[in-house]
Design a protein. Structure first.
Length: 458
């Protein structure tokens, strides 16, 4: 959602300018802090299970900015204390705008760096609510994306005007009428379904630029909003998913720890044992490197990336995050399971240099989005119709591109990310929010080559 120049900075980088946080008081040029927005306290919100889960989720996806959760806690408290809206998961456009552009400048003293960080942090929180099925909002994904992109530029400058009356002379919440706020007015627009609060970002631009004409209509992320099952149905689907079942089995097999090779992989004998345990068919004869078994390699990288496994120089051991057990309550299942699926898609679509990436990640990203459409995505290669863009103009080149894309789609079917009926691939409903989140994550720059400490290779 936020424009690229405003993305949250990586964990561990300096966030503040000037004096350290503990040394700064309420004085200075900024407005005084209100009693309900004391930094680091959140007036009863900071430290709640919801925000603790949000922080774990963001850390697991390598998007957490150290010492930023207090901004979310303060936003929730401002909304409750000044707008009378106590639900931390319910956000309208008017509430978002009032909290970020009016209540924060009026009640909270932020330095320049924190002003830039505010909108991306709230955007990330809304994305967390969306992917875990908690977000209650009349806004569609596109409307929320447009709102947050605009606020990324507007919020930092709103602090320069100094304290002002709530509403800024434009009505109680800073809007003139329902028409001024997309999706407001008490009705949910068609196809809204519970906005996921994530934006396709630069990755979708690349996909559209390279999408060959012979593959049919360009992918449209609005299709990801068409199927949004309820929290219970999503949790049930995740509970039975291929990735989560295999992750549980692999974590149990690892036990306290297992030895790894210099590349951070299982030894060949252990690889054979693990693939047999997980029901993965061997791709060759004889003992194999783990990196030669794509289904296992993707799962391995995803579990490390999401914090369920930890790899050091000599061993693999359970990570800091906990996998939900079979039949766990929905609120305990959806978040960790969705995080595992996001990490697996990130790995497969190219987030880990040297990792088990698909053959054509950009086209595969588009095909996954197309698979969310009501008719799914059917891969056909016309014999004599030339294409544009990546595929060139030669039918033989189209066949080559189609074969690479088909291999990737088959791999995602094996991972349980897609289903297939004859030649038509479909995206299960609970995966829609996962794909929306993955598109956002793929647009974020990351430090380091891999979630595993050493790039893997055969």
């Amino acid at each position: 959602m936020p424009k690229k120049k405003h993305k949250p900075r990586k964990q561990g980088r300096p966030l503040h300018h000037g004096a350290p946080r503990a040394a700064r008081g309420t004085g200075g040029t900024g407005p005084a802090r209100g009693t309900g927005a004391a930094r680091g306290t959140g007036a009863g919100t900071a430290g709640t299970p919801l925000l603790e889960e949000f922080e774990r989720w963001a850390r697991g996806l390598d998007l957490f900015v150290e010492d930023s959760t207090w901004l979310v806690a303060t936003a929730i408290d401002l909304k409750r204390g000044h707008l009378g809206s106590a639900d931390p998961t319910a956000w309208t456009a008017a509430e978002i705008r009032a909290v970020l552009t009016e209540l924060f400048p009026r009640h909270v003293d932020l330095d320049a760096g924190e002003r830039l960080l505010l909108t991306p942090t709230i955007t990330l929180y809304l994305g967390f609510l969306g992917i875990t099925g908690r977000l209650v909002s009349p806004l569609t994904e596109d409307e929320l994306t447009e709102l947050m992109e605009g606020l990324a530029d507007e919020v930092p400058t709103s602090f320069d005007a100094g304290p002002r009356p709530l509403g800024g002379g434009r009505g109680e919440l800073g809007v003139t009428d329902d028409a001024a706020v997309p999706g407001e007015g008490g009705t949910v627009p068609d196809g809204a379904g519970g906005a996921g609060a994530v934006a396709p970002g630069a990755r979708q631009d690349v996909v559209a630029a390279r999408w060959p004409a012979f593959l049919g209509p360009e992918p449209n992320t609005r299709d990801l909003l068409l199927a949004s099952p309820g929290a219970g149905a999503s949790a049930a689907w995740f509970d039975a998913s291929v990735l989560l079942r295999r992750a549980r089995a692999l974590l149990g097999w690892v036990g306290e720890r297992r030895p790894v090779t210099a590349t951070g992989a299982l030894r060949r004998a252990d690889t054979a044992e693990a693939t047999a345990l997980l029901g993965i068919a061997p791709t060759g004869s004889g003992p194999q490197s783990m990196w030669q078994v794509p289904e296992l390699a993707v799962l391995w990288h995803a579990m490390v990336r999401a914090g369920f496994l930890r790899v050091d120089e000599t061993h693999v051991a359970p990570g800091d995050e906990t996998l939900p057990g079979p039949g766990a309550p929905a609120e305990q299942t959806t978040g960790p399971a969705a995080m595992l699926h996001v990490a697996a898609l990130e790995v497969f679509l190219g987030a880990v240099p040297g990792g088990p990436t698909g053959h054509a990640p950009d086209l595969t990203t588009g095909a996954v989005v197309r698979a969310a459409a009501p008719g799914g995505f059917t891969l056909r290669v016309p014999a004599a119709v030339p294409s544009a863009g990546l595929a060139g103009t030669h039918p033989a080149r189209e066949a080559e591109v189609a074969a690479l894309l088909r291999a990737d789609l088959d791999a995602l079917e094996a991972l349980g990310v897609l289903t297939r009926e004859d030649e038509t691939f479909r995206l299960p409903g609970p995966m829609s929010a996962v794909v929306r989140a993955t598109l956002l994550m793929l647009g974020q720059p990351r430090d380091g080559a891999s979630a595993v400490s050493r790039p893997g290779g055969p």
